[in-house]
Design a protein around this ligand. Structure first.
Ligand code: ADP
Ligand code: ADP
Ligand code: MG
Length: 472
C-alpha cells in the first residue's frame, strides 16, 4: 500500500482526498498558494507546503510539484479534478520521477483528453458517437462544409475543452462563421490549444454518464450511471444517481457500453464515460473524463463504494475488490453544487467572507466542502464552495430531503445558488423526473424567487407586536 500522497489540488476535493488518506493510514501532503494560506486543506493535511505567491501558477507547476513530492518522501500524487488532473506531461513527469500518478497511464490520458482522438477510439470499439468531423477542423470553410453534410444545428467544440467551456451551438452557417474564431480564441486562452471540431447537436438531450473502475489486472466494472442533465451553459448544477429517467434495460446497456469503452483503450483507475441520450432513446458517446469527477459522491452514496479509496488501491497495484454482480444500488442520491454566485445577477461570482456557516445534517445528508465560518473565499478559483448530497430510498423522498437539507444549511456573507435550487426542486417536471439539458433555459422564470425575510427578522416583528399588545 502507498505510504504518503501529495495532493496536487485545493478546496473540497483536496479535503476529500485527505479524508480517504486518513482512513487508509496514508500520510497526506497538501500544497497551497499565498491566497490559500487559510484554506481548510492546509489545516487538514499531515504536512503542508506553500508553492508560491501566484494564485494559480504553483498548482500548475509540474516540476515543482514532482520535486516536492520526491523531496517529502511521497510515493504517489493525487491530482483531483481540474488543474493538472488530465495533463499528460504531469502523469509522465510523475512516472519519470518514480512517483505513482493516481489516474490512468499518460498515453490513455492523452488519447481520451483529446476529444477527436477519443471519438476515433470509440468508433473503433463499436461505441455509437454523434455524427461529426473526422478530426480537427482545418478552416472555417472546412467547418462549413462538414456542417452542411451533417445538418444544423451543430456543436462547435474545443478538442481539449472541459468544464463546459469552449462549446457553442450553431443553428446555421452564419452562426458557425461567427463562432468559429470565437471558439478558437476561447480554446487557446483556456486550454492552450486552438484545435476545434464539430459534431451534430442533439437537441435537448439527457446527459447520462457512467462511472467506471479498472485495475491493472484486466478487471473493469461500472458503478452505474448519473444523470447530469440539470445544467446551465453546459455546466452541471444538480446531479442524480441513478438516473430517474432510465429503465433497467437502458441502465444495463449503458453500463456495459462504458465498460467496453474503458477496456478498449486499456483504461485503468476511476473514470467517467459521458453519453448523450436523445428523444429516440439513442445513446451517443460524448467524452471520457480520466479523473475523479465532482459528482463521484452520489455514486458513492448509492453503491457504498469509496471511489477515492479505490483509486488509491488501484494505483497501488491491487486488484479490484468487487465483481460487477457485487455492486448493488440502493435508492437515489442528489448532489447540489453550491456555487458562490448570485443567480439573480446572471450568476455573477459572489466571493467574500463567510460570516457564518453550519452544515446541514440529519439522516441521508453529506456535505463536502472546504469552507468554515470566517473563511474568506479567494476570487481566483472555482466558484463552487460546497456540495450538498442527499439520499433516500425513493425519488420523491430524495427530493424532500434535498429541500430540507438546503434549508437546513446556514451559509451567510455571500450569495449562493441555494435559493435557485429550491425553486428547481419544486418544479413539477423535475419532481416527475422529466427533464433534459434544456430545463434551466426553458424555465428561466425559476430565477424569480423572492428573497424572503429571515426568521430573525420575523422574530423582531413578533416582539414588537407583543410589546405593543402588553402596552394596552
Ligand atoms: P466534472 O466533469 O467532474 O463534472 P466539471 O466539468 O465541472 O466537473 O469540472 C470540474 C473542474 O475542473 C472545474 O473547475 C473545471 O473548470 C475544471 N476542468 C475540467 N476540465 C478541464 C480542462 N480540460 N482544462 C482545465 N480545467 C478543467
Ligand atoms: P466538457 O468537457 O466541457 O464537459 P462535454 O463535451 O462533456 O464538455 O459537453 C458538456 C455539455 O455540453 C454536455 O453535458 C451537454 O449538455 C452539452 N453538449 C455537448 N455536446 C453536445 C451535443 N453534441 N449536442 C447537445 N449537447 C451537447
Ligand atoms: Mg463533459
Amino acid at each position: 500500500m502507498l505510504r504518503k500522497i501529495l495532493i496536487a489540488n485545493r478546496g473540497e476535493i483536496a479535503v476529500r482526498i485527505i479524508r480517504a488518506c486518513t482512513e487508509m493510514g496514508i500520510r497526506s501532503v497538501a500544497i497551497y498558494s499565498e491566497a490559500d494560506r487559510f484554506a481548510l486543506h492546509v489545516k487538514k493535511a499531515d504536512e503542508s507546503y506553500c508553492i508560491g505567491s501566484e494564485p494559480m501558477a504553483g498548482y500548475l507547476n509540474i516540476y515543482a510539484l514532482v520535486n516536492l513530492a520526491a523531496a517529502t518522501g511521497c510515493d504517489a500524487i493525487h491530482p483531483g479534478y481540474g488543474f493538472l488532473s488530465e495533463n499528460t506531461l504531469f502523469a509522465k513527469a510523475c512516472k519519470e520521477r518514480g512517483l505513482i500518478f493516481i489516474g490512468p497511464d499518460a498515453e490513455v490520458i492523452h488519447r481520451m483528453g483529446d476529444k477527436t482522438e477519443a471519438r476515433k477510439a470509440m468508433v473503433a470499439a463499436g461505441i455509437p458517437v454523434t455524427p461529426g468531423s473526422d478530426g480537427n477542423l482545418e478552416s472555417v470553410e472546412d467547418a462549413l462544409e462538414v456542417a452542411e453534410t451533417i445538418g444544423y444545428p451543430i456543436m462547435l467544440k474545443a478538442t481539449s475543452g472541459g468544464g463546459g467551456r469552449g462549446i457553442r451551438r450553431c443553428d446555421n452557417a452564419d452562426e458557425l462563421q461567427r463562432n468559429y474564431s470565437r471558439v478558437i480564441s476561447e480554446a487557446t486562452k483556456a486550454f492552450g490549444s486552438a484545435d476545434v471540431f464539430l459534431e451534430k447537436c442533439i437537441v435537448n438531450p439527457k446527459h447520462i454518464e457512467v462511472q467506471v473502475l479498472a485495475d491493472h489486472h484486466g478487471n473493469a466494472i461500472h458503478l452505474y450511471e448519473r444523470d447530469c442533465s440539470i445544467q446551465r451553459r453546459n455546466q452541471k448544477l444538480i446531479e442524480i444517481a441513478p438516473s430517474p429517467q432510465l429503465d433497467e434495460a437502458q441502465r444495463q446497456y449503458i453500463g456495459g457500453l462504458a465498460v467496453i469503452a474503458a477496456k478498449s483503450v486499456g483504461y485503468t483507475n476511476a473514470g467517467t464515460v459521458e453519453f448523450l441520450l436523445d428523444d429516440n432513446d439513442r445513446f451517443y458517446f460524448m467524452e471520457m473524463n480520466t479523473r475523479v469527477q465532482v459528482e463521484h459522491t452520489i455514486t458513492e452514496t448509492v453503491t457504498g463504494v469509496d471511489i477515492v479509496e479505490e483509486q488509491i488501491r488501484i494505483a497501488a497495484g491491487l486488484p479490484l475488490r468487487f465483481k460487477q454482480h457485487e455492486i448493488v444500488r440502493r435508492g437515489y442520491a442528489i448532489q447540489f453544487r453550491v456555487n458562490a454566485e448570485d443567480p439573480k445577477n446572471s450568476f455573477l461570482p459572489s466571493f467574500g467572507k463567510i460570516t457564518r456557516y453550519y452544515a446541514p445534517g440529519g439522516p441521508g445528508v453529506r456535505t463536502d466542502t472546504a469552507i468554515y465560518t470566517g473563511y474568506e473565499i479567494p476570487p481566483f478559483y472555482d466558484s463552487m464552495v460546497a456540495k450538498v448530497i442527499v439520499n433516500a430510498l425513493t425519488w420523491e423522498d430524495a427530493i424532500q430531503r434535498g429541500e430540507r437539507a438546503l434549508k437546513d444549511m446556514g451559509l451567510f456573507g455571500i450569495k449562493t445558488t441555494i435559493p435557485y435550487y429550491l425553486q428547481i426542486l419544486k418544479h413539477p417536471e423535475f419532481r416527475t423526473a422529466c427533464f433534459n439539458t434544456g430545463f434551466v433555459e426553458k424555465y428561466s422564470e425559476l430565477i424569480n424567487y423572492s428573497n424572503k425575510p429571515r426568521p430573525e427578522v420575523l422574530a423582531s416583528v413578533v416582539a414588537a407586536a407583543m410589546a405593543s399588545h402588553t402596552g394596552l
